[in-house]
Design a protein around this ligand. Structure first.
Ligand code: 13P
Length: 250
């Protein structure tokens, strides 16, 4: 049985006090969330230590939004996978389209980040997804397939077992446009089929999350699809009530 996961990517939002309050709000509402749904919150780096403390003793897991592609040393401004682990992070989002687009992340950097995250006991939430023009040209399967093969196919099966995949069509991120449940299911099934080529039956154990304007009003339908195992939530994760509502819609 693969894990059901609802993860909140706060992106560059909230000040420290707001972030701590938000995390407490999520923890306070946990009782109403089905016990088989894992909640993950990924605040900005500056909040991790305080948020870890705020959610201590609850089943909410902590994630980071990125990590360095180097182990340690003279890399001004970077935060290593080991540092994230030292503040109790369990997850790290890697390959988000915003990092690929605005910060030039490519397959080389992502391959290094994946290895470091896994060596340090973090579960990467590895993001893939096509741009609007790629979907309109009918190239979405090629684009997503290439993103998977260039990074995930370099992992061992043991490493892959700790990875979560997130499909986030770039045209649906922060736009209010969501992939329809059938569009999302179609590409999630494709992702699983692609993973099966390399990892065989393990592909059926990998959680594949949907991201892109997922909100309380559409989460239920998306999560009812056979290959959608939860969501990676941006905007709607900034309100504890909405985030919990999404998790409850499972
Ligand atoms: P939105 O939910 O704001 O569209 O963001 C999705 C996302 O990018 C999560 O990583």
């Amino acid at each position: 049985m693969r894990k059901k996961i609802v993860a909140g990517n706060w992106k560059m939002n909230t000040l420290l006090g707001e972030g701590v309050e938000l995390s407490k709000g999520v923890a306070a509402g946990l009782a109403a969330v089905p016990s088989d749904v894992k909640l993950v919150i990924a605040p900005p780096f500056t909040h991790l230590y305080a948020v870890a403390d705020a959610i201590k003793g609850t089943s909410v897991s902590l994630g980071a939004q990125n990590c360095a592609d180097q182990k340690s040393g003279a890399y001004t401004g970077e935060v290593s996978a080991a540092m994230l682990r030292s503040v109790n992070c369990e997850f790290v989002i890697l390959g988000h389209s915003e990092r690929r687009e605005y910060y030039g992340e490519n397959n080389d950097t992502l391959n290094r980040k994946m290895q470091l995250a896994l060596e340090n006991g973090l579960s990467p939430i590895f993001c893939v997804g096509e741009k609007l023009e790629e979907r309109e040209a009918g190239r979405h399967f090629d684009v997503v397939g290439e993103q998977l093969r260039s990074v995930l196919f370099n992992l061992t099966a043991e490493q892959m077992a700790s990875v979560v995949v997130a499909y986030e069509p770039v045209w649906a991120i922060g736009t209010g446009k969501t992939a329809t449940a059938s569009q999302a299911q179609e590409i999630h099934a494709f992702i699983r089929k692609t993973l099966r080529e390399k990892f065989g039956a393990l592909a059926d154990e990998i959680s594949i999350l949907y991201g892109g304007s997922c909100k309380p009003s559409n989460a239920g339908e998306l999560f009812s699809q056979p290959d959608i195992d939860g969501g990676l939530i941006g905007g709607a994760s900034l309100k504890a009530g909405d985030f919990l509502e999404i998790a409850k819609s499972y």
